[in-house]
Design a protein around this ligand. Structure first.
Ligand code: HEC
Length: 192
C-alpha cells in the first residue's frame, strides 16, 4: 500500500474492519451534478417534456389543427337545388363519372345497374331519392350494409359531382339490372 492510499484509509475501526475512502471519479460526479441541474430545466420547460402538455397533447393539437384545415364536410352544403343544377354542368358530370368509375363501379357496376350495391338508375331507393338524401348516403355511407362513407375519401366537390352523375343516370335502363330495392318513387318530372 502506497503512502497516498494509506492517507485515505479512514480512522474508524469497526471490530477490526477499516473503511477505505474511495471517492467516485471526478468525471462521474460531474455527470451526476449535471443530471441534477437538468431536473428543473426538464420539469419547468414549457415544451413537450416535463411539466409541458406532453406528447399526447401535442399530437392531439396537431390532429385538431389538421381537421380544422380541412374543407368543411360536404354534408349540409349541398341542397336539392344546387345538386340538380350540377346535373346540367358538363364538367361536374365528367368529374362525377371519373369518380364513379374509379370508386363506385366495383360495387354498383360501371353502368350503375347494381351488383353488390343497388341499382342506382331505377326509381327504387333505400335511403331516399331526393338529391340531398342521395348526397347524404354517399357522404355517410351505410356501413353495416357494406356501403362505405365517402366523406373522408373524396373531396367535397367530388361527392357533389358523383351525386350529380348518379342523378343523371336515372332512367338509363342498363341491361339486366339488379331488381329494385327499397321504396319506389315516381320519376321526377324533367326540369324540377
Ligand atoms: C364496397 C361496395 C360499395 C362501394 C365501393 C360503393 N357502394 Fe354504394 N352501396 C353499396 C351497398 C351495399 C349499398 C346498399 C346499402 C343498403 O343496403 O342500405 C349502397 C348504396 C348506395 C346508395 C343508396 C342507394 C339507395 O337505394 O338508397 C347510393 C346513392 C350509393 N350507394 C352510391 C355510391 C357511390 C356514389 C359510390 C362511389 C363514390 C358508392 N356507392 C360506392 C356498396 C358500395
Amino acid at each position: 500500500m502506497s503512502d497516498h492510499e494509506q492517507d485515505r484509509l479512514l480512522d474508524h475501526d469497526y471490530d477490526g474492519i477499516q473503511e477505505y475512502d474511495n471517492p467516485m471519479p471526478r468525471w462521474w460526479l460531474w455527470v451526476f451534478y449535471a443530471t441534477i441541474a437538468f431536473v428543473p430545466i426538464y420539469y419547468f420547460a414549457p415544451g413537450n417534456i416535463g411539466a409541458g402538455p406532453g406528447k399526447v397533447a401535442a399530437y392531439e393539437a396537431e390532429v385538431a389543427a389538421y381537421e380544422a384545415s380541412r374543407p368543411a364536410p360536404a354534408a349540409g352544403m349541398a341542397s336539392d337545388e344546387s345538386l340538380r343544377a350540377l346535373v346540367a354542368d358538363a364538367s361536374a358530370l365528367e368529374l362525377g363519372q371519373v369518380t364513379f368509375v374509379q370508386h363506385c363501379a366495383a360495387c354498383h357496376r360501371p353502368d350503375a345497374g347494381g351488383l353488390i350495391g343497388p341499382n342506382l338508375t331505377d326509381d327504387a331507393w333505400l335511403h331516399g331519392d331526393a338529391p340531398s338524401q342521395i348526397h347524404a348516403t354517399i357522404v355517410n355511407g351505410v356501413l353495416e350494409k357494406g356501403m362505405p362513407g365517402w366523406e373522408r375519401l373524396l373531396q367535397p366537390e367530388q361527392v357533389d359531382a358523383v351525386t350529380a352523375y348518379v342523378l343523371s343516370l336515372k332512367g338509363t335502363n342498363p341491361p339486366s339490372p339488379k331488381p329494385p330495392e327499397g321504396v319506389v318513387t315516381p320519376p321526377v318530372p324533367p326540369g324540377t
